[in-house]
Write a protein that binds this ligand. Structure first.
Ligand SMILES: Cc1ncc(COP(=O)(O)O)c(C=O)c1O
Length: 392
């Protein structure tokens, strides 16, 4: 770093570190690599024609290329509010702020709530991108494992449905317990619903925000802030997500967002609205059928090839399975051998706010056809068996 910048960096910027696994994962593009590392949707599912048509038409006339309101495109906010209302969160467009992906929603909420040393509770493990974003606000991170929260907790961040990285879903009782714990500590609940629409089976559970609205008689009395996104369902590249929250909180968030990017791209919001209106539910059916088949292929392969002492989650939706290796194994050491054998995954320790479990790893089934999943898991499991024997 040249001297002027070495002196100029904020303390926060000095502390930023690139993840060590990023170096390892640079080989993902190698021919023949079977990667379970990325957590991204399958691009073959994107409604390319629908987007191409909407984008061309919208750019050709009207206001899509102009600046627009920070709150977001009205018809899109109304569409989201109607959907949220149908899911037990009675609300209007005034309760919705469109964000540039839900990642920006998390960041704006971090900015809204967190002063240095404030206590933020997160799950163990939790979404790496949330840890990255919140760490910039210098909170004290604590791990919530279902019991009471420390009295000084300011906020509790959870991914209740098909979480990244665990694939797990909070039961109704766990959701109520989270709200009880937050209420007892007078903390805000931050609900990240990135994967909620990708449910392959079973009945949808009420969101934390829906339960909170039921407890307090409406959204304006709730303590939960909800981050939603079109990234996992329609397309992530347009960067369109939203926050659903009490109106007074939305008003504050609007002021913060103004300082960040004035508004989310007008054209992208309008195109997202068109494509959602034309067939959001049909798109969910298509996506869930594809991901369900891949989830099944991965679970079957794990069931067939995993050595004794290995455990994994059984997600009912989303994109991830979380696994624990047999005693004595280490997922980073396993990754080094797996990459040599052209298989990739993400070791688990990066997903912990505090000391991580070195035996854990995240496997994504979103991008690979079933036969490739079977081949990749077979290779991986045979490597795990040899690591396990070497450790014994
Ligand atoms: C749990 C979770 N939240 C939020 C995001 C951010 O998604 P986006 O900003 O594309 O909406 C992701 C992306 O991987 C995620 O896994």
């Amino acid at each position: 770093m040249i001297d002027a910048f070495a002196n100029a960096l904020s303390e926060r910027a000095t502390r930023l570190r690139a993840s060590e696994i990023r170096e390892l994962l640079k080989v993902l593009e190698r021919p023949g690599m079977i990667s379970f590392a990325g957590g991204i949707p399958d691009p073959n599912l994107f409604d390319r024609e629908g987007f191409a048509h909407a984008l061309a038409e919208l750019a050709g006339a009207g206001n899509a290329l102009q600046y627009s309101a920070t709150e977001g495109y009205g018809p899109l906010r109304s569409w989201i509010a109607e959907r949220m209302s149908a899911q037990g969160v009675t609300c209007g467009p005034e309760h919705i702020l469109i964000t540039s992906g839900s990642q920006q929603g998390l960041d704006l909420i971090g900015k809204l709530l967190l002063d240095p040393a404030d206590t933020l509770a997160v799950a163990r493990p939790t979404y790496l991108g949330a840890l990255q974003c919140f760490r910039a606000y210098e909170p004290t991170l604590v791990e919530w494992q279902g019991a009471a929260l420390p009295a000084e907790t300011k906020a509790l961040y959870l991914v209740p449905d098909f979480a990244n990285p665990s694939g797990e879903t909070l039961t109704l009782a766990q959701r109520e317990a989270a709200l009880d714990a937050a209420q007892a500590a007078n903390a805000v609940v931050l609900e990240d619903a990135a994967y909620v629409d990708l449910r392959f089976e079973g009945e949808p559970l009420p969101s934390l925000l829906a339960l909170d609205c039921a407890r307090h008689g409406g959204i304006d009395a709730a303590r939960t802030l909800y981050c939603g996104t079109f990234s996992k369902t329609l397309a992530p590249g347009l960067r369109v997500g939203w926050i659903c929250a009490p109106r007074l909180v939305i008003d504050r968030l609007v002021l913060l967002k103004q300082g960040v990017d004035l508004h989310t791209a007008t054209l992208n919001q309008m195109a997202m609205h068109r494509v959602a209106l034309a067939g959001f539910d049909a798109q969910l059916v298509r996506a869930c059928a594809v991901y369900r088949e891949r989830r099944d292929a991965m679970l079957t392969a794990l069931g067939g090839y995993a050595p004794a002492g290995m455990h994994w989650t059984q997600p009912e939706g989303g994109l991830f399975i979380w696994a624990e290796l047999p005693e004595g194994c280490d997922s980073k050491a396993l990754l080094a051998s797996a990459l040599e054998a052209n298989v990739a995954f993400v070791p688990g320790p990066a997903f912990y706010a505090q000391a991580g479990n070195a035996r854990t790893l995240r496997l994504s089934y979103s991008l690979n056809p079933p036969a490739e999943i079977e081949a990749g898991i077979r290779t991986l499991c045979s490597l795990i068996a040899s690591h396990s024997r070497a450790a014994a």
